[in-house]
Design a binder for this molecule. Structure first.
Ligand SMILES: N[C@@H](CCC[C@H](N)C(=O)O)C(=O)O
Length: 327
């Protein structure tokens, strides 16, 4: 693991009322990124909303603050203490906020873009197979670089353990909730999947039906999730054999994100969708592939169930510009 520490790299202070930022995306799930290497930037929900505003601000699905994990621990985020206890080398923390200013536990595309941002600042170096361990509100995540199926540079993230909040019963039944999308005659069965943040996944029969969905308003979920949920609509597209003989699955998905609206991609959502499709497929008694390619409006992601019960998310991430804005 090669990383610069907060004392090695302390960014010069921004002029009062201004903020330096970078803009990045992972499969067009886009973020405003801020390097708070001292850990003293307390972004208010209103400031987050202004930064994410696509007309009055920089514009993004979410805002990511890179800060020392120790600084979050000092400010009372107990999860930061847990992160440091599990991995003292996780010196940088991804403080993620949705575009509406709400805090989320986790963002899968965000972890990859955070890593590209840390590399661009010289705070991490993943050359030669090195790994970055970073803190999040859903625990430590480990990231390495790899080459994607298109030959482009990808990042693979060990997203840690996942679970079905409905347990074995929901795995057997394939559902523990119901979702109604605008225009549907009746709610449809759905499966809750926890990736550190909450997801509710609905299967659709065809790509035409997926394309025709109206996600301009939030789908209604029953029972109503206490903390809200991200809703994934997914079409299983079948299985295919890779050059090395491995059988992989393919699915296509659209997502309505909690705190944002419809986005072009959601990394934790792709994991939830692939894990739900795999759960449904294996309920028939037939082994389902461990690896799934998930097509999202903004690109392609790979989700892999790991033997230790963790799930891995892989995909591209890039920083597209930097700038300075009024805060
Ligand atoms: N786009 C993200 C998820 C962001 C958080 C989500 N909206 C929530 O509130 O849980 C991803 O790539 O995982």
């Amino acid at each position: 693991m090669t990383q610069a520490t907060p004392t090695d790299r302390t960014a010069p202070a921004d002029a009062p009322g201004t903020l330096r930022f970078a803009k990045g995306h992972g499969t067009h799930n886009d973020f405003v990124l801020v390097a708070d290497t001292r850990g003293d930037l307390d972004l208010t929900p209103e400031q987050v909303r202004r930064l994410a505003d696509r007309r009055g601000g920089v514009g993004a699905d979410g805002v990511i603050r890179l800060a020392p994990t120790a600084a979050l621990a000092r400010s009372g985020e107990t999860v930061a203490d847990d992160v440091l206890a599990e991995e003292p080398g996780a010196i940088w923390f991804m403080d993620y906020r949705n575009a509406d200013g709400s805090v989320s536990e986790m963002c899968g595309n965000g972890v990859r873009v955070f890593t590209a941002f840390a590399e661009s600042l010289g705070l991490a170096d993943l050359d030669g197979g090195a790994e970055l361990a970073l803190g999040t509100r859903a625990g430590v995540k480990r990231v390495r670089r790899e080459t994607g199926p298109d030959g482009a540079s990808w990042y693979a993230v060990d997203m840690g353990p996942w679970r079905l909040p409905g347990g074995e019963d929901s795995a057997r039944a394939g559902a523990d909730a119901a979702v109604a999308v605008r225009g549907w005659d009746a709610p449809r069965p759905a499966l809750s999947v926890d990736l550190g943040n909450p997801h509710t996944v609905v299967a659709l029969a065809s790509a035409d039906e997926l394309d025709a969905l109206d996600l301009s308003v939030a789908p209604e979920v029953a029972p109503v999730p206490q903390a809200g949920t991200n809703v994934e609509l997914v079409v299983p597209l079948g299985e295919e054999r890779e050059a090395d003989g491995t059988v992989v699955g393919r699915a296509r998905m659209r997502v309505h994100e909690r705190g944002v609206g419809e986005t072009q991609s959601c990394g934790t959502g792709a994991c939830a969708a692939a894990l739900a499709v795999r759960t449904w497929a294996s309920a028939g008694g037939r082994p389902a592939p461990d690896t799934w390619y998930v097509e999202v409006p903004g690109g392609l992601l790979r989700v892999r169930s790991l033997p230790d019960g963790h799930v891995e998310l892989a995909g591209p991430a890039e920083i597209v510009f930097t700038g300075e804005t009024r805060l």
